[in-house]
Design a binder for this molecule. Structure first.
Ligand code: COA
Length: 416
């Protein structure tokens, strides 16, 4: 079955996580992704947090599947020449170097556009162009702080907190992928390439949209009724950290289940959806709460919501997180067990859907990775191993018209 992005050639000039997550996604969907890496070392993640000596680290293998690897020193004139040839016949160039690095290499947007006016040039930076911090290099946690996630995550009596989810890295990569696909559709209409830029700060802020909602509500009315601080605590003039409170109109909390004393993940997330109050009372064996004016409405419940959560925890005390969810699901109550990475890795449903996949690798044996979270009716993205450093150098150079002798000469000057 042909894949939708087959025939789209992408120069993958990315490293670490934000850029590679984007190009990996496009490779799953059929694009020919050629990762350009510095000879001898390659993407820094090949060596970071290695668990097997001499084999690419999982950090690299899990973000670079389905790609080719071309080693190329793009600071040497011979390397620049190869890159220029590749640019002339590619559809997209994706990069996430530090600010100004591509310009210093001699490949400014103007130059790239001159070499190939149809090419889409896609970049990730920490901050958007023209921002007062646009000279900063940025990693994940820096972006979470700059994008509003850290100040609104965690508990009110603790420091700003970083999420384990890669809101700054992979999330920005996903935004960039949407931008690239949009620019490709645009090119079909105009015949012209364009520059697509996504900043990590903007991408984090985009996911913190509801917190900007809350800032405006707070400024207007002085309180936020769905936060644990309401109605007994104090609000300042900024959105506080809400602990595990639900972010929408549905109060919720992480609740202890059987075994929580020894198992740090024996918890469920329980949501009190307004219209599900009656089934919740039935599930908990508290039919008297259904019409009690102190419990009947969300407004009435809020002042003593933690007392309600305590009662639910008492009900959960003799149930494991899985048993609890199996009961609550019958009552249509939105909830889930707090799952560990071990439980997710072994989850038969995730294996069956292709969300967790086992990939054979030349040096590592096989490893687990997260496959495409996007499912299609006419395509099942297959995940293939990440390339070894320079595995496809000869193949890519030959496709650009270089002879064996030319390739030998490029190796002699260490340009590949
Ligand atoms: N051949 C020759 N030189 C190469 C090369 C190649 N194939 N690939 C990269 N380089 C050079 C670059 O030209 C640059 O050189 P210069 O600084 O002398 O101009 C150099 O390698 C380093 O690039 P840089 O991206 O600045 O690396 P870094 O390790 O110092 O910084 C980041 C890493 C991630 C902080 C930085 O790239 C960054 O801020 N990126 C944008 C935001 C981002 O994506 N961050 C998240 C990553 S998950």
């Amino acid at each position: 079955m042909s894949k939708p992005l087959e025939g789209i050639k992408i120069i993958d000039f990315t490293h670490v996580q934000a850029g590679p997550a984007c190009t990996q996604l496009l490779a799953w969907f059929g694009a020919d992704v050629i990762k350009v890496e510095r000879p001898g070392s390659g993407d820094v993640t090949r060596n970071q947090l290695r668990d097997i000596p001499d084999a690419d680290a999982l950090y690299f293998t899990m973000l670079n599947s389905n790609k080719k690897s071309l080693t190329l020193d793009t600071k040497k004139p011979e390397g620049k020449e190869v890159l220029e040839k590749l640019i002339r016949e590619s559809d997209v160039l994706v990069e996430n170097f530090g600010p100004g690095a591509l310009d210093r290499m001699g490949f400014s947007w103007e130059r790239l556009n001159e070499l190939n006016p149809k090419m889409i040039v896609a970049s990730v930076k920490g901050f958007s162009d023209g921002h007062h911090y646009d000279d900063l290099k940025v990693y994940e946690n820096v972006a979470q702080c700059a994008g509003g996630a850290a100040s609104t995550t965690g508990f009110w009596d603790g420091p700003p907190t970083i999420s384990a989810a890669a809101l700054g890295d992979s999330n920005t990569g996903m935004h960039l992928a949407i931008g690239i696909l949009t620019a490709l559709l645009g090119r079909d209409k105009t015949g012209k390439g364009q520059k697509v830029a996504v900043s990590m700060q903007d991408s984090v802020l985009n996911l913190c949209r509801v917190k900007l909602r809350d800032q405006q509500r707070l400024e207007r009315v002085g309180y936020l009724e769905e936060y644990p601080q309401y109605p007994h605590g104090e609000f300042s003039d900024v959105v506080p950290r809400g602990g595990n409170a639900g972010g929408g109109g549905q109060p919720g909390w992480v609740l202890k289940c059987k075994g929580w004393e020894t198992d740090p993940n024996a918890y469920i997330y329980f949501t009190i959806q307004g219209h599900a109050w009656e089934p919740i009372c039935k599930a908990l064996g508290k039919p008297e709460w259904i019409d009690d004016p102190a419990y009947k409405t969300a407004e009435a419940r809020q002042p003593h919501i933690f007392e309600i959560f305590k009662t639910i925890e008492a009900w959960l005390a003799d149930k494991t997180k899985f048993e609890a969810v199996d009961i609550l699901r019958k009552f249509d109550i939105p909830c889930a067990p707090v799952l560990t990475m071990k439980e997710l890795a072994n989850d038969p449903s995730l294996r069956a859907s292709g969300t967790i996949v086992e990939v054979p690798h030349k040096k590592r044996g096989s490893y687990l990775t997260v496959g495409s979270p996007i499912k299609f009716s006419d395509m099942k993205p297959e995940v293939t191993a990440s390339p070894l450093l320079g595995e496809h150098t000869d193949e890519v150079l030959a496709s650009l018209g270089y002879s064996q002798q030319d390739i030998f000469n490029l190796r002699e000057v260490k340009a590949v």
